[in-house]
Design a protein around this ligand. Structure first.
Ligand code: FES
Length: 476
């Protein structure tokens, strides 16, 4: 189902690339990150083109909950402990600056995008941990404090509140920012060779290239596949639910792990998160529906949708030079669940990097970091990937296709061959090869989205095997 953003804002189509062109900067991906980066570079006087495999904002941007905040879960004590107070302060400052940049753009360009200041609140069940997190955030210069009571319909031990954060309609905002940019839709980049991008519709030769396509698809150099995985989460939009002031998210370990924000009389209830490719049983939307019935019995579901986020091993996005061997390639990825705000951080940081200017946040977000903090995370990612591969090669399917119930999918033995099968409500069978075309892991059926999802790096495919999202570049 379409998100409420897609239902309420249409973005005018752009023509695909046709032929070969040259430019100063090519940005791959016209979601929030790509559009903001291109806009910042154009403002800085650069000639920029954007290449989008599908439609503008057709990836995660249309499915976000669109919170603009420097509050990113229980991170500030952790960042201070692992990276030190200076880098933790920079993380806070970068995200507050991003909020300021949203305000500037919206005011300067008079963008009508339902921008609304709201407090961001992180609730949980351990008052002491919340209090300590608030103290760290405050010491790092953030507008943070611990509050004892919350506006939520279940008991908590309080929350960390950040004042004067914000929310908006992501597509209304993006449509306005994208308007003066040169964007080629339905132009998937298939290969990048130094300064040349190859698409089905022509080539682009660029002095500098920015990968802003959610998950970078060039595996070597960069090794992003070994350093990130993807997580999925689900949202219901509820009519006739009580108004809840503020934007609420849960702290680690909370008994009720959900998120809340409002838009135009609707309450958005988020949750049911899992690593991509690990939802064999399904029931994520049903979980949210049961919570809606429990907490807001008068409410009605107006829409439901889901989104996917890239998660880095150390919890800090990768924004900067793509790899040591590629001085003219840049990347912005690994935004966790905070892509609206960190997309703007990426725009400011990469504008400076591409223009050869110093930026105080370069070291913090440097994608080339491989240190003792990240190595355990990398090994964990590698372990998951190996598990995915081993499963494809050795596990014997438990069910035969005929035993699948209508509406079900899974790995089955079909005429002696192990394949993925979805059986629709009429009993029609859709077989696919189970090997992910990215790096070969075994795909898993996601019954909530009726898609084949990869547990290794999060590529997704529909029931026909057509690509929904990468890092894979082709269908199954
Ligand atoms: Fe990398 Fe599937 S997404 S192997």
């Amino acid at each position: 189902m379409e998100s409420i953003w897609s239902q309420t804002c249409k973005i005018e189509g752009r023509a695909p690339l046709s032929g070969d062109i040259k430019t100063e900067i090519a940005v791959i991906g016209a979601g929030m990150a790509g559009v903001l980066i291109a806009s910042a570079l154009q403002e800085a006087g650069k000639r920029v083109v954007l290449l989008e495999a599908n439609r503008i904002a057709s990836g995660q941007t249309r499915n976000t909950t669109a919170k603009l905040t420097s509050q990113h879960g229980m991170i500030y004590k952790k960042l201070a402990d692992t990276l030190g107070m200076d880098l933790a302060r920079q993380y806070a400052a970068a995200n507050e600056a991003a909020l300021g940049e949203y305000r500037r753009l919206i005011a300067q360009r008079n963008i009508d995008c339902d921008f609304e200041e709201q407090d961001a609140c992180l609730y949980g069940d351990n008052a002491e941990l919340l209090r300590v997190e608030a103290e760290y955030a405050d010491a790092l210069g953030l507008p943070a404090r611990y509050i004892k009571t919350t506006a939520l319909p279940f008991p908590t031990a309080g929350a960390v509140q950040f004042e004067r954060q914000a929310q908006l309609h992501p597509l209304k905002f993006l449509r306005a920012v994208a308007e003066p940019l040169t964007i080629y839709e339905y132009t998937r980049v298939q290969e990048v060779n130094e300064h040349r991008l190859v698409t089905e519709r022509g080539t682009v030769t660029a002095e500098k290239i920015v990968f802003a396509c959610h998950y970078p698809f060039v595996n070597f150099p960069g090794l992003y596949f070994a350093r990130m995985h993807q997580e999925r989460s689900y949202v219901l939009a509820l009519e006739n639910a009580p108004h809840i002031d503020g934007m609420w998210v849960f702290a680690d370990g909370a008994a009720q792990p959900y998120s809340f924000r409002t838009w135009n009389g609707l309450l958005l209830l988020g949750g049911g998160g899992h690593r991509c490719g690990e939802n064999r049983e399904g029931g994520r939307y049903e979980l949210l529906r049961s919570k809606a019935r429990e907490w807001f019995p008068q409410s009605r579901e107006a829409a439901h949708w889901s989104a996917q986020d890239c998660v880095t091993a150390d919890g800090v996005p990768f924004i900067g030079q793509y790899a040591a061997s590629c001085p003219d390639w840049f990347v912005a990825t690994g935004f966790q669940k905070w892509g609206m705000t960190t997309s703007m951080v990426a725009a400011m940081l990469l504008r400076d990097a591409v223009c050869g200017k110093e930026n105080p946040w370069t070291k913090l977000f440097d994608p080339r970091r491989f240190d003792t903090e990240t190595i355990p995370g990398i090994l964990k990612e590698g372990g998951k990937a190996v598990k995915g591969l081993a499963k494809r090669l050795f596990q014997i399917p438990a069910e035969a296709a005929k035993d699948l119930a209508p509406g079900q999918g899974g790995a089955v033995d079909l005429d002696g061959e192990k394949v993925g099968v979805y059986k629709d409500e009429d009993g029609k069978i859709y077989p696919v090869e189970l090997r992910c075309p990215h790096l070969g892991c075994q795909l898993e059926w996601n019954p909530d989205e009726k898609s084949w999802d990869c547990p290794c790096h999060g590529s997704r495919f529909d029931k026909y095997g057509d690509l929904i999202s990468g890092p894979a570049q082709t269908g199954i």
